[in-house]
Design a binder for this molecule. Structure first.
Ligand SMILES: *[C@@H]1O[C@H](CO)[C@@H](O)[C@H](O)[C@H]1NC(C)=O
Ligand SMILES: *[C@@H]1O[C@H](CO)[C@@H](O)[C@H](O)[C@H]1NC(C)=O
Length: 254
């Protein structure tokens, strides 16, 4: 609350700060009432695991047009979000990893794994992964390095992670976790809430999180009417710079 009062006089300085404030509200959830009393305790949080690969169109669509709602709605306060960028990749007998959409996908999977490793706080790595996946969604993924500058992040720790082999190690770890899934994943994106796969209902993750939550800090987004749940499953940001191409639910089979 203190920081809100201190920030207000600065707004007159111009649009830049306003935009920064909005971005920080969106991702860090400073603006939601639930963050004031700390939201759900760590133990009570519902786990949402997303198994995906960086260049799969349904995966970038999910991240860019749906997953951000966890932050917008304040439901992130009761959620432990685990991103697992590996998907349908395969480990060859000689130890190399091959990816469904080619070598560039392996590169971006590893970069995203490194971002999660370097910035373990989801409020820090999600904006980066959202930025990279927005470029994927727009067919401009070769410009992924612009995300460091856009978000004011230091690229060096991620570059070190990639170049020292740490990234490969992380990918092998994600491969093991993905291949251990019970039931096994059949396609990507594969969303698991509280241990249960959502199959093709994966865009309704918010209602599954709300249902699985046993704690007392229920976010208001969970107690809204069923109309709210239906609206939450539609991409409502019509003025978003990323246009929604298709609302068909789909997935990438191995
Ligand atoms: C909520 O309680 C049910 C029943 O005890 C349990 O199966 C479930 O895992 C709990 N959910 C969470 C997120 O802890
Ligand atoms: C590993 O095997 C794949 C084919 O399975 C091959 O394309 C690749 O060049 C091999 N890599 C190394 C480092 O031997």
């Amino acid at each position: 609350m203190e920081s809100h009062r201190r920030l207000i006089p600065f707004l007159s300085l111009g649009n830049h700060l306003l935009i920064l404030l909005i971005i920080s509200c969106l991702f860090v959830n400073h603006c939601s009432g639930s963050s004031i009393n700390g939201g759900g305790s760590e133990k009570e949080k519902v786990t949402l695991e997303l198994y995906y690969e960086s260049l799969c169109p349904y995966c970038s669509n999910l991240i860019v047009n749906y997953l951000y709602k966890l932050f917008d709605s304040g439901v992130i306060a009761i959620t432990q979000l685990k991103l697992v960028p590996y998907g349908n990749a395969k480990i060859r007998a000689n130890g190399t990893i091959t990816c469904q959409h080619g070598q560039y996908e392996c590169l971006l999977n590893t970069v995203e794994a490194c971002a999660i490793d370097v910035w373990p706080d989801v409020n820090e790595h999600f904006p980066f992964i959202y930025c990279v996946e927005s470029l994927v969604y727009q067919g401009k993924y070769t410009q992924w390095e612009t995300c460091f500058e856009k978000l004011g992040l230091d690229p060096n720790p991620v570059a070190n992670c990639y170049n020292t082999g740490r990234g490969k190690e992380l990918e092998l770890g994600y491969a093991a976790v993905t291949n251990d899934l019970k039931p096994p994943h059949r396609y990507v994106p594969w969303v698991v809430v509280d241990g249960q796969p959502l199959y093709d209902d994966y865009r309704n993750f918010i209602s599954y999180i709300c249902k699985a939550y046993n704690g007392t800090s229920v976010p208001s987004a969970c107690s809204e009417s069923s109309i709210g749940v239906i609206l939450a499953s539609l991409p409502y940001r019509t003025n978003n710079r990323v246009k929604v191409i298709s609302q068909n639910v789909g997935h990438n089979i191995m």
